[in-house]
Design a protein around this ligand. Sequence first.
Ligand code: ZN
Length: 207
Amino acid sequence: MRDTDTRPSGAPAEAPMVGDHLAMDLLNTQARSDGQVVDYWHTGDDVLRWLERHHVAPPAKRPRVAAQDLLTQGKQLRTVVHDLIAARKAGHDVDVERLNAYLQGYQTSPHLERDDAGNVTLARRAHGDAIASLLGPVAEATAQLLIDGDFSLVKQCEHPDCILWFYDRTKAHKRRWCSMAQCGNRYKAAQFRKRSSSSSRPAKADK
Ligand SMILES: [Zn+2]
C-alpha cells in the first residue's frame, strides 16, 4: 500500500492501454473518474512498469535509475507531449523545442542481435543517460506523430467525464470512445435514462 495513492476505489491499478499509439497512452496515464483527475504515476516504478508494458524497457534488464528523477522527467515529458498534441489538434503552431530536449538526450546506435528464432535482426541500442534512454522512444514516437500523423484521427473520448485520448485506427474512422465497454455503454445508458424520463413526464401529468 502506498500513502500517496490517490486512485479512487474501484479504479484500475494500471493506466488504460486504449490509445493505440504510444504518445496517446502516455497522455492516458492521467484519466478522469467522477470529475477527478486520476494520475497512474506516483513513483518511478509506476513509470518503469508502464514503459515495460509498452515494450519500451526490456523487462529482463531493468536499468538502475533514480526513481524520483524518472518520475519527475516522465511527468515533464507527459506535459510537453500533452501541450504539443493539444495545440496541434486545435490547429495551433507547436513549440517543438521542448520535445527536442528529450530527442537530443536519446542517443542510440544500430546493433545486430539474434531473435528467439536465431535470426539476425537490426536493433538500436541506447547508450546515453539512463532516463533519457528510457523516455527517448516515447519522445520519438511523439515526434513521428507530429511528422506524419493524421490529426483528424487523434481524438479524445466523447464521454463528458473522460479525458482519454486515442489514435483512431478503425477502418471507417468513426471511433468515439476510449472503450465501448466503459464510456460508450455508460453514455448510451445515460442518454436512454434521459430519454425515458422525459418521455414519461407528460404521461404522469395526464393522470
Ligand atoms: Zn472514455
